[in-house]
Design a protein around this ligand. Structure first.
Ligand code: SF4
Length: 258
């Protein structure tokens, strides 16, 4: 079992686990935007940089994708590591100046603003972390969105920047977006995945009428889970109420969550 020395203290690490995992397990905080435990690593945001001691010289590495295979020594809170992460945050703030989520993370890192010019309107408010692209491909199996363009024109979009026929309106991309840029917009009879322009019929809760998800997504869920069909058509609140009522012991009063 290798040892990881973090800021002068030794900890045991599992062979193959990343510096980020070992650090978090031992109570250290390293900021990240593009890391999600359910998805593959891409190391695209560069916010999790730490200083790896190479014995006589050091190197900045992204902690989310650096596997520990032997004893290593890292510095999370050295001047160089903190300064590198702050520099990355300043660049990200220029891309995403209006995101409350990013500004909150910047505040935690003691970064108050950015000296860099803001990016253009078309690129605004996306840090290109790729979480949405990965969740759509790896978990939903649709690959409805991907990276488009190069350099400063790089962005996430559906093919040809047109509404994608592969999008099922599941909302997973909106759920993982760390800067709150992807949104599900609810219209009278449709749901829109913004900014990808996909629109489809909306499914509402069969009990209370609350908007839930795109019709194609709900149909897919019903096909995959026929045994739970009666629950699939309910919103989380109504589902909880129904299951609470179903599991009441005979003779006792049902406890219905408010
Ligand atoms: S809402 Fe559409 S684009 Fe977003 S994850 Fe689901 S299928 Fe992919």
């Amino acid at each position: 079992m290798p040892t990881i020395n973090i800021d002068g203290k030794d900890f045991h690490a599992e062979t193959g686990e990343t510096i980020l995992e070992a650090a978090r397990r031992n109570g250290f905080w390293i900021p990240t935007l593009c890391h999600h435990p359910a998805l593959s690593e891409q190391a695209s945001c560069r916010l999790c940089l730490v200083e790896l001691d190479r014995g006589g010289w050091s190197q900045m590495v992204t902690s989310c994708c650096y596997p520990i295979r032997r004893d290593i020594k890292v510095r999370i809170n050295s001047e160089a590591a903190v300064s590198a992460r702050r520099g990355v945050m300043e660049l990200l703030l220029a891309r995403c100046p209006e995101s409350p989520e990013l500004r909150e993370l910047a505040r935690k890192m003691n970064v108050e603003g950015t000296p860099y010019p803001k990016v253009t309107e078309a690129q605004r408010n996306c840090v290109l972390c790729g979480l949405c692209v990965r969740v759509c491909a790896e978990r939903i199996g649709r690959s409805a969105i991907g990276f488009a363009g190069r350099g400063v024109n790089r962005s996430v979009a559906a093919p040809f920047r047109m509404p994608s026929k592969d999008c099922i309106g599941c909302g997973a991309c909106a759920a993982v977006c760390p800067v709150g840029t992807i949104k599900l917009r609810i219209h009278e009879t449709e749901i829109e995945v913004s900014p990808f322009k996909s629109r489809m019929a909306i499914r509402r809760c069969s009990a209370c009428g609350a908007p839930m998800s795109g019709e194609p997504h709900m149909k897919q869920l019903e096909e995959k889970t026929p045994a739970a069909k009666e629950y699939v058509g309910l919103c989380p609140d109504c589902r909880r109420k129904k299951s609470a009522a179903a599991f009441v012991p005979v003779g006792s009063k049902p406890v219905v969550p408010r």
